[in-house]
Design a protein around this ligand. Sequence first.
Ligand SMILES: Nc1ncnc2c1ncn2[C@@H]1O[C@H](COP(=O)(O)OP(=O)(O)OP(=O)(O)O)[C@@H](O)[C@H]1O
Ligand SMILES: [Mg+2]
Length: 149
Amino acid sequence: MEAVIFSGLQAAGKTTLYRDRFLETHARIAMDLLRTRAREAALMRVCFETRTPFVVDNTNPTAADRARYLKPAREAGFRVIGYLVEADYAVAASRNLARTRTVPAAGLRDAARRFVRPAPDEGFDELWHATAGPDGWRIEPLLTTPPLF
Ligand SMILES: Nc1ncnc2c1ncn2[C@@H]1O[C@H](COP(=O)(O)OP(=O)(O)OP(=O)(O)O)[C@@H](O)[C@H]1O
Ligand SMILES: [Mg+2]
């Protein structure tokens, strides 16, 4: 059973990726839908109990944000798969302005400042890098080796 944890800036394309790749196979756990941490945790528990694959579709900018889902998912015996959904800051900012439900620019700036890329030592079984191009998604293994210099 699979728990997929997205991380990416606001308007990077996470919900679009969910719709394109996971809509028919995975439940969607997202704060914009559920509104409170209690409801989010309750839905995640139902997924564990019913062995339902799910995607966490939140910005999840830090390891601590991701650990909220990753640790219980591992304890429940789920494979944990991370996706870094990456768009340039400028691209995310302009997509944000173009959509009907915009988020405040300060929220995007704050997430960009705090953002830490997901890493294997957080406990992921797989890590993928998703970028949206004009011809659709490019999804590749996430490079996690540190830069040489
Ligand atoms: N490949 C793409 N090319 C152009 N626009 C795109 C692309 N992918 C997504 N968008 C648009 O960018 C906007 C943001 O996408 P989306 O809602 O998927 O982002 P998100 O990461 O879920 O954001 P949030 O964290 O705020 O929920 C949407 O209006 C969407 O239609
Ligand atoms: Mg979204």
